[in-house]
Structure formats: structure tokens, C-alpha cells
Design a protein. Structure first.
Length: 144
């Protein structure tokens, strides 16, 4: 019985450790994606992705115009970190925070298959939509 209880406890601890809700950003901040308090967009991008490069200014404009209603976070598809990630962000002109880890496990999502992809997360941390393909300011503003 004690062995069974110990195994169950370890399993539960492992599950919670695999599904954190607090994610660090490259700029030293963090966000709790299970209760972010406002709409969140998580944009997956890569330097080599032409549609990604095209839509990034749209996300920058949305953040500048509607930052009181929405938070936008970037996730690098290639898993770049540190100085390489900073360099790629500068090259693409990304003006919103970049998450250091991919949060998809929170919502039980498989790996990104097509870029760009954007997750739409409610203020309560629920996955509302997956937007596949490049977005425009008009399509993004329609989410607000």
C-alpha cells in the first residue's frame, strides 16, 4: 500500500512538473499562461519563414495599439536561445516578448507542423483557437 501511494505521488509530481504554467521570457520577465488575466497570442516563427517575417509587423502594431487588451509572445520554432535568439529577434524586428520554452504542453498540443502558427489563449488560460498561416492586423484585431 505504501509503495502504491509513493508511486502515485511520484506520478502526480511528475505530471505537474511536466506542465508548468509559468513561462520565462527572454527579457527576464515571466507569464502565467493558465491565468494570464487578458487575451494572449502566442506566435510561432522562424527566421527562414517568409510569411512569419511578413506578419511580425502586424503583431508589433497590434501590441502597440492594443497592449491594454492583449499580450503577445513569440516562440522560436527552431529553439534558438541566448545571443542567437536575440540576434534573430533583432533581424526580424520582433517588438514583443519571446518565451524561452514552448508552452504547448499546457493545452496538450502536438508540435507545430506549419509556420506561422498563432495560439489564442483566453484570460482564464483556455485555448480558444489555433490560427494557421500569416495574420494581418485586421484578422488579429477581430480577435479582440
Amino acid at each position: 500500500m505504501i509503495k502504491k501511494l509513493l508511486l502515485t505521488s511520484l506520478f502526480l509530481l511528475g505530471c505537474s512538473a511536466d506542465r508548468p504554467s509559468e513561462f520565462a521570457t527572454l527579457d527576464g520577465g515571466s507569464v502565467d499562461l493558465q491565468s494570464p488575466q487578458k487575451l494572449v497570442l502566442i506566435n510561432y516563427w522562424a527566421v527562414w519563414c517568409a510569411p512569419c517575417r511578413k506578419e511580425i509587423p502586424e503583431f508589433n502594431k497590434l501590441q502597440a495599439d492594443h497592449g491594454d487588451k492583449v499580450s503577445i509572445y513569440a516562440v522560436n520554432f527552431d529553439g534558438s536561445q541566448g545571443d542567437l535568439l536575440r540576434s534573430e529577434i533583432t533581424k526580424l524586428g520582433i517588438e514583443f516578448p519571446s518565451l524561452l520554452a514552448d508552452p504547448r504542453a499546457i493545452w496538450g498540443l502536438e508540435a507545430v507542423q506549419v509556420l506561422p502558427e498563432t495560439l489564442v489563449i483566453s484570460p482564464e488560460g483556455k485555448l480558444l483557437q489555433r490560427l494557421i498561416g500569416p495574420q494581418t492586423l485586421e484578422t488579429l484585431e477581430s480577435l479582440l
